[in-house]
Design a protein around this ligand. Structure first.
Ligand SMILES: [Zn+2]
Length: 267
């Protein structure tokens, strides 16, 4: 950037005359220049961030692009993004907004959950958590994407399911508890159940200890409540829902949701 190089030149001049200036004025000037440089960097970062939001509101697939992926790891950034998308869609009539909102959620989920080989499983976990922390009801899109990518519950959360991570995966965080605290209903997928199956109960017996733990975490996280991961409309959060197609038509694991879903819900 032009201004930065000029600032650098000024700092060099200052350095060259340091001995003539005396340490007091030199230090003071150097400090001032450093703060100017820092504020310029911060300004540039904020501009890039704002630009990335503008792009992603209309082109969600860009979330996987180099340079943008760093923003997508920032939960606050993603929360701002889904809020912006929700607000944008409010200006459309309901059916169009639902079609566009649905497509947008599917595309951003595809960009964030990309399974290549086992070494990418940690990124898949992070992608899932990022979408859930954004609190915009991403569960159906996440489950469909994981199933399509061939990621099974024991691949996503091996340690929580008492399994060894697949070769090449370190099993690192986020864990099932991080996921369930944000979206307890993901419990069904983790346990290989369909969306319409009865909510799992705590069961007695040594074999089911890890299952009990997951059920407990999901219950503490709000249990079988479809509103837990929906945007919060309180004055602090001011969440705005991204409209989608009728959930009863596109719900996960339901008989209407097409031939691919049902069996793939099982691990
Ligand atoms: Zn709130």
């Amino acid at each position: 950037m032009v201004i930065t190089s000029e600032l650098h030149a000024a700092m060099d001049v200052l350095d060259n005359h340091a001995d003539k200036m005396g340490s007091g004025p030199y230090c003071e000037l150097a400090r001032e220049m450093k703060s100017v440089a820092d504020s310029m960097c911060a300004h540039e970062a904020a501009t890039q961030r704002a630009f990335a939001i503008e792009v992603l509101v209309d082109v969600p697939a860009a979330a996987a692009a180099k340079g943008v992926d760093k923003f997508m790891r920032d939960h606050e950034f993603v929360s701002t993004l889904v809020h912006r998308k929700g607000v944008q869609l409010q200006s459309y009539e309901p059916l169009s907004a639902a079609i566009m909102g649905h497509a947008w959620k599917v595309e951003i989920t595809e960009a964030l959950i990309l399974f290549g080989d086992s070494s990418t499983l940690v990124d898949v976990r992070r992608g899932v958590l990022t979408l859930l922390v954004a609190r915009s009801g991403f569960l159906p899109q996440i489950v469909n994407r994981l199933n399509t990518e061939g990621v099974t519950p024991r691949m996503l959360c091996p340690l929580d399911l008492n399994e060894t991570p697949v070769s090449g995966d370190c099993g690192a965080r986020p864990l099932a508890e991080d996921i369930l605290q944000n979206e307890p209903r993901m419990l069904r997928w983790l346990l290989g159940m369909g969306e319409l199956e009865k909510w799992p109960q705590l069961v007695a017996g040594e074999d089911s200890t890890h299952v009990n733990k997951l059920v407990q975490i999901a219950n503490n996280g709000g249990g079988d409540d479809e509103n837990v991961n929906e945007p919060c409309a309180c004055d602090d959060c001011m969440g705005v829902r991204i409209p989608t197609m009728d959930k009863s038509i596109f719900s996960i694991g339901s008989p209407e949701s097409g031939p691919e879903s049902g069996n793939e819900m099982m691990s």
